[in-house]
Ligand binder design. Structure first.
Ligand SMILES: [Zn+2]
Length: 435
């Protein structure tokens, strides 16, 4: 049997022929030839022991290193799989500590009050996780919508119509200069914001400058805000993170696509006639947000009848939507038909419109006595129909009427209009909370 070095044999590797194991077991079986050779042997044994010790140490180190590698790889894979959650948490925490709780909507585009037909979709709106759940709730909305911290205050979402590529109805001054509806309603929107805040009513501007927001992006923003708010109010909703994150994701689609062109898919779950089940559920939830209302500001225009003038306040009513949608559905060649929603608080909507109308014409009498039909009336507008918040859409006079136009452009009159709307809203909330 050929000699094979044995790593457990202290003699392994030595030149000494060890074909007999008994040598190891009885090293002192016979006397060494002299002390020198004994010392040399002991030195070899000691050296061999040191080598064995070093080998064992190396093996232990290799094993420890291998364990660390496995742990590191496993941890890395886990973190990578959760990177989205972690990233948004970090962003939220960063935002929290930097005091950033309100990001303004900036880059969007405009739209019409009626379901729109065309408009190119622009750059998607950047989404950032800027919200941290109030009251310690740590769900995160992937939006730049501010979080309403105070659950008791009245909140008004101010929707200045049009903007950006969508100037709205044009008006013409005596010298032919064109005036844009979008600019007039934005001026009034800022004045309304100040009026409401002076009354300790919280506000949120759907747009704050001359940028475009599609109708469905506006609605989605309102819904995101109410989702945020409801999550704080309703513990069962806060706990249902799947629902909150699912709905947030769906609502970000119209916000990001920001187009009222039906072919873009920007309507998301608001697509088609009637309402999908999930939208109905969301609207049902929104009915509970009685202290959040949606106020849309517009000016009217007529193509040829320049005598039409005055204020009209619209509100959403189930019956009007149903009739309208049935007509629309019948006219479609490839309709997406859902059941029609019945569950709006029609009376509440009407009450809001009436109070706002009364307040406005009280402060700006030139807007009273509209000759365009009923001053307070139900209408099927997307910005009132597609969410469950109480809302009103105001047509603040006619751009096509020279007298209305002159007044609407006047900053003092704009201030009066804003004061009147603010007064009407205040009265509405007082009535609502102190019936
Ligand atoms: Zn308009």
């Amino acid at each position: 049997m050929p000699y094979k070095p044995d790593r457990y044999d202290p003699y392994a590797g030595s030149k000494r022929p060890v074909n007999n194991r008994s040598v190891n077991n009885q090293p002192s079986g016979r006397p060494s030839r002299n002390a020198q050779s004994n010392r040399a042997r002991m030195n070899r044994i000691a050296a061999e022991r040191r080598r064995r010790a070093r080998r064992r140490q190396t093996a232990r180190r290799l094993l420890a290193f291998a364990v660390m590698v496995v742990v590191f790889v496993t941890l890395s894979l886990f973190l990578w799989s959760r990177r989205d959650d972690i990233g948004s948490s970090l962003a939220a925490v960063t935002g929290l500590f930097s005091g950033e709780k309100e990001n303004k909507p900036t880059d969007k585009k405009p739209t019409e009050e009626a379901p729109a037909e065309t408009s190119d979709s622009e750059d998607p709106v950047e989404t950032t996780a800027s919200h941290f759940g109030q009251n310690g709730h740590d769900f995160i909305l992937q939006s730049d919508i501010p979080l309403f911290m105070d659950q008791e205050r009245a909140i008004v979402l101010i929707d200045a119509g049009h903007g950006g590529i969508d100037g709205g109805a044009p008006g013409y001054l005596g010298d032919g200069t064109q005036v844009k509806e979008a600019n007039i309603v934005l001026d009034i929107a800022f004045k309304l914001k100040a009026e409401l805040e002076a009354r300790d009513i919280e506000t949120y501007m759907i747009r704050e400058d001359d940028t475009f927001f599609s109708l469905y992006a506006r609605v989605a923003r309102a819904s995101l805000l109410s989702l945020d708010y409801m999550s704080a109010l309703q513990p069962e909703l806060v706990n249902d993170r799947d629902y909150v994150s699912q709905m947030t994701e769906k609502l970000m689609i119209p916000i990001n696509i920001n187009s009222d062109d039906r072919s873009t898919g920007a309507f998301g779950f608001m697509k088609g006639y009637g309402m999908s089940k999930e939208q109905m559920e969301l609207i049902d939830l929104q009915q509970n947000c009685s202290n959040v209302i949606f106020v849309s500001l517009h000016c009217n225009a007529h193509d040829y009848d320049t005598t039409l003038h005055g204020l009209q306040a619209y509100y959403c009513h189930d019956d009007v939507v149903e009739i309208d949608e049935a007509d629309g559905l019948a006219a479609q060649t490839d309709p997406v038909g859902n059941a029609v929603y019945h569950g709006r608080d029609n009376e509440r909507n009407q009450l809001l419109a009436q109070y706002v109308y009364d307040g406005t014409v009280g402060k700006a009498p030139f807007l009273s006595g509209t000759n365009a039909g009923k001053p307070v009336l139900a209408g099927n507008y997307a910005v009132l129909r597609e969410h469950g918040l109480a809302g009103t859409l105001l047509e603040l006079g006619y751009m096509s009427n020279s007298s209305d136009l002159q007044q609407l452009r006047d900053p003092d009159t704009q201030q009066k209009i804003a004061a009147g709307i603010g007064l009407g809203i205040e009265k509405y909330f007082l009535k609502l909370f102190n019936p």
